[in-house]
Design a protein around this ligand. Structure first.
Ligand code: PMP
Length: 283
């Protein structure tokens, strides 16, 4: 069965899904996106994802391609047409097609594409059992990382460098030696007092939807959360480390730049949060 994409008003086989070469998404990465996990045909945290998408569009003075109601319908239909049970929905809005000029066009119709593919969540859970290795990379991104923009060149270069260093994810580090976030994830540590630390969303990072969810799960479990930056050295001497994102859920980190975190196996707090996050998805 060929996969079906949604492209500017039509559901089409992926092989026939095209956008114009003058689309500003293609020309300038003048676009925003969301990635939503689908668990047993249900979209996880759909409304916070739509809130963030609308915020990103507002921040870039971009018009919405449609209202939220119809967008929900398109996304549900895409899951149905692709017969997805566990999957990953990708949606992207760009400023649309216009003659190439850096300044905003006087008139353009926003472009909206969405795809849905299978995501092996059992595999994600299995990976969480062993934990992952990560490597630090300098954070060379811009000053508006709160916007979920498709301009991801620094992120993909960091991820690739991490992969070449044998890591699963890049831990981005600012000029002062503090961890900002991952190339496509949010970073957390567990201190020796059992407190969770993760950088504040006021501090030029993306407000991860999984981050917010894990924060509220932690509160329910009476685990203290401090939204405060931590340095690479703090991470190296932390009790535990983990990351969060829609596709990785909560994922224990057992090695940073070749050095063990804790005893080099997923710690009890991270393991509890992985369980609790899957329970939340299955609720
Ligand atoms: N930070 C960055 C830079 C990201 O790209 C992502 C995922 N898109 C995240 C964090 C995690 O966000 P979420 O939990 O909403 O997937």
């Amino acid at each position: 069965m060929s996969r079906i994409a949604y492209v500017n008003g039509s559901y089409v086989p992926t092989a026939d899904a095209f956008v114009h070469i003058n689309d500003r998404g293609f020309q300038f990465a003048d676009g925003v996106y969301e990635g939503i996990t689908v668990r047993r045909k249900q979209m996880i945290d759909l409304e916070p994802h739509l809130d963030r998408l609308w915020r990103s569009m507002r921040e870039l003075k971009m018009d919405a391609p449609m209202a939220r109601g119809p967008m929900r319908i398109v996304l549900r239909e895409l899951i149905r047409r692709n017969r997805i049970s566990d999957g990953f929905l990708y949606l992207q809005v760009t400023r649309g097609e216009a003659v190439r000029d850096h300044a905003f066009p006087e008139f353009s119709i926003p472009s909206f594409v969405a795809t849905c593919r299978r995501l092996n969540l059992a595999g994600v859970r299995a990976r969480a059992t062993g934990g992952i290795a990560v490597s630090t990379q300098p954070d060379i991104r811009w000053g508006r990382c709160d916007v979920k923009s498709t301009s991801l060149l620094p992120n993909i270069l960091a991820k690739q460098a991490a992969r070449e260093a044998g890591g699963f994810e890049a831990v981005l580090v600012d000029n002062d030696g503090y961890v900002t976030e991952g190339s496509s994830t949010n970073m957390w540590i567990v201190t020796h007092n059992g407190v969770l630390k993760t950088r504040s969303t006021e501090d030029n990072i993306l407000a991860g939807i999984t981050r917010a969810r894990v924060k509220s799960i932690a509160k329910k479990l009476q685990i203290q959360v401090e939204e405060e930056s931590f340095s690479v050295n703090e991470a190296l001497s932390a009790q535990e480390m983990f990351l969060t994102s829609s596709t990785s859920c909560a994922m224990p980190i057992v090695e940073l730049d070749g050095q063990k975190i804790g005893d080099g196996t997923p710690g009890p707090v991270a393991k509890r949060l992985v369980e609790a996050y899957f329970d939340f998805m299955d609720d």
